[in-house]
Write a protein that binds this ligand. Structure first.
Ligand SMILES: *[C@@H]1O[C@H](CO)[C@@H](O)[C@H](O)[C@H]1NC(C)=O
Ligand SMILES: *[C@@H]1O[C@H](CO)[C@@H](O)[C@H](O)[C@H]1NC(C)=O
Length: 494
């Protein structure tokens, strides 16, 4: 009996780590890559909350090395767990989390604890003013000393799990997470973020750590802070960065009972399909049949901050803001089809792959400039402010809990499907018109296509779709239109 109760308890705790703790009528998070905390707080209040975004993923919050030319990757080189970075300090971060929670937007922190800042000539200086001596594996502001790290070796063979987890990823000093002092310092850091009201973590470089060490760390985390609206006994959401496209020594399945996984197979497959490398009709059984993890354990995205610049996985298949038409189509599919825990990317524009966020002459990150039409300027792309993307966030909320119905395709690259009786979406990736009467499953009436326009008062600035008493509508998407998608839902009926 006792064993059974214990088992039930353990299963319940582990399961809770898959729950992103989003409001019931919300569905997707956005990665505000390299944004400053004060700007995010405003963005939550002015845009993300009102538009129904469920959460934000933020860049690493703890002190990192100041690297020459301020590349984006300096934030993945910790100097200490002091909460001061170019995005702001602890007080600003705390204020942001509070204000975002208030408008229903949860915070997920990108946490880096596989390693500390890489070996470099002499002393390293952090964004909080701390000094460290990576040469000697000495980080006094934590403190970590030589004894807290694995002996130095390089990762030569990704088929060798021992090397991947115990050696140094690009000379980054590799912490030994089996050591109690290391576990305690990591836990203090994560628990402080929980106290400040975050909903969970994206664990950077999880596959470079031993699952058993992560199990101990996750299992010791505090429950979420009820003062921020989380129910009692809520465990932090965990999503682990495990890149596994197959063919490596370490499998995502070794981590799947510990928390959700970044499902890079989705990113590669969706990019390939909307680049024309796979017929869209094959998306009909999108999900586990494609070799993806089960829906509740997979964090799914079109691109992330690594693979949009050729780091990480997926190579030439990955779509980014630079290919805006297929990118918007892929994003619409990712948000329109019921699979996975969804995340959208919000980027700064870049030409070289090391380039950091827009900065002033002193190296401070610049705030995004929001233009009259709501789009961003000053080097920020803000995909989340593209109508075709934020309106799909609303679509996803409107159809939440419904299944795919009435799949239609032309045998190749024109597809359409219903989401219950709540929404309908169609795609055209052919070089000729989509012009068909298709079952929409929606009640009769006139709907506003939220891709080509939006509902304005009782009118629509885009295409109007007339649904007949039989639920059918004439769907038209030309090959040369700005967008290859049409989406209607119950929330935007005229
Ligand atoms: C990591 O630390 C544990 C606990 O102190 C120790 O047993 C193990 O040998 C260390 N691993 C390496 C590769 O140094
Ligand atoms: C509705 O919007 C369309 C497209 O913007 C416009 O052409 C039309 O004049 C508007 N109709 C009314 C009644 O305002």
């Amino acid at each position: 009996m006792k064993t059974i109760f214990l088992l039930v308890a353990i299963v319940a705790v582990v399961k809770a780590q898959f729950d992103p703790h989003q409001l019931p009528d919300r569905s997707t998070m956005v990665h505000l890559f390299e944004w400053k905390w004060d700007d995010i707080a405003l963005e939550c209040e002015n845009f993300l909350g009102p538009k129904g975004f469920a959460g934000i993923q933020v860049s690493p919050v703890n002190e990192n090395v100041i690297a020459p030319k301020r590349p984006w990757w300096e934030r993945y080189q910790p100097i200490s767990f002091i909460l001061t970075t170019r995005s702001g300090n602890e007080q600003q971060f705390a204020n942001m989390v509070k204000r975002c929670n208030k408008v229903g937007v949860r915070t997920y922190v990108d946490v880096v604890f596989n390693h500390m800042a890489a070996k470099q000539g002499g002393q390293a200086v952090g964004t909080g003013g701390s000094r460290a001596y990576p040469e000697n594996k000495d980080y006094p502001a934590v403190p970590f000393t030589n004894a807290d790290f694995h002996p130095s070796c390089g990762i030569q063979d990704y088929n060798d799990a021992y090397q991947v987890r115990n050696c140094e990823l690009v000379a980054l000093r590799d912490l030994n997470q089996t050591i109690p002092h290391v576990q305690n310092k990591i836990l203090e850091f994560l628990d402080r973020l929980v106290d400040l009201g975050v909903a969970g973590f994206r664990v950077d470089a999880a596959k470079h750590m031993w699952p058993n060490d992560l199990r101990v760390i996750y299992g010791s985390l505090k429950n979420l802070n009820t003062a921020h609206g989380f129910p009692p006994n809520s465990k932090p959401f965990i999503v682990q960065e495990v890149i596994d496209l197959g063919g490596e020594g370490i499998k995502r399945d070794e981590y799947v009972d510990l928390g959700a996984i970044t499902e890079f197979k989705v990113s590669a497959a969706i990019g390939k399909a909307f680049r024309g490398g796979d017929d869209l009709k094959n998306l009909k059984n999108w999900g586990e049949q494609w070799g993806f993890l089960e829906s509740s354990k997979a964090l799914v995205f079109v691109d992330n901050h690594d693979n949009q610049r050729g780091h990480g996985a997926g190579g030439a298949d990955i779509l980014t803001y630079k290919q805006s038409k297929p990118y918007k189509m892929a994003t619409a599919f990712n948000l329109g089809f019921p699979f996975g825990i969804t995340r959208i990317m919000s980027s700064f524009s870049f030409d070289d792959t090391d380039q950091g966020p827009p900065k002033d002459s002193s190296g401070n990150i610049k705030s995004p400039v929001i233009q009259k039409d709501g789009s961003c300027d000053a080097g920020w792309v803000c995909e989340h402010r593209w109508r075709q993307i934020y309106n799909m966030v609303e679509f996803q909320n409107q159809v939440k809990g419904t299944e795919v119905g009435n799949w239609w395709d032309n045998g190749k690259n024109q597809i359409a499907f219903c989401r219950g009786n709540a929404g309908f979406i169609a795609f055209n990736l052919e070089s000729f018109d989509l012009n068909q009467d298709i079952q929409t499953c929606l009640p009769a009436g006139t709907y506003c296509d939220v891709i080509s326009g939006d509902k304005v008062g009782s009118n629509c600035s885009g295409k109007k779709v007339l649904v007949g008493n039989d639920g059918k509508a004439r769907i038209i998407i030309g090959p040369n239109e700005d967008d290859g998608v049409l989406a209607i839902h119950k929330g935007k009926k005229l």
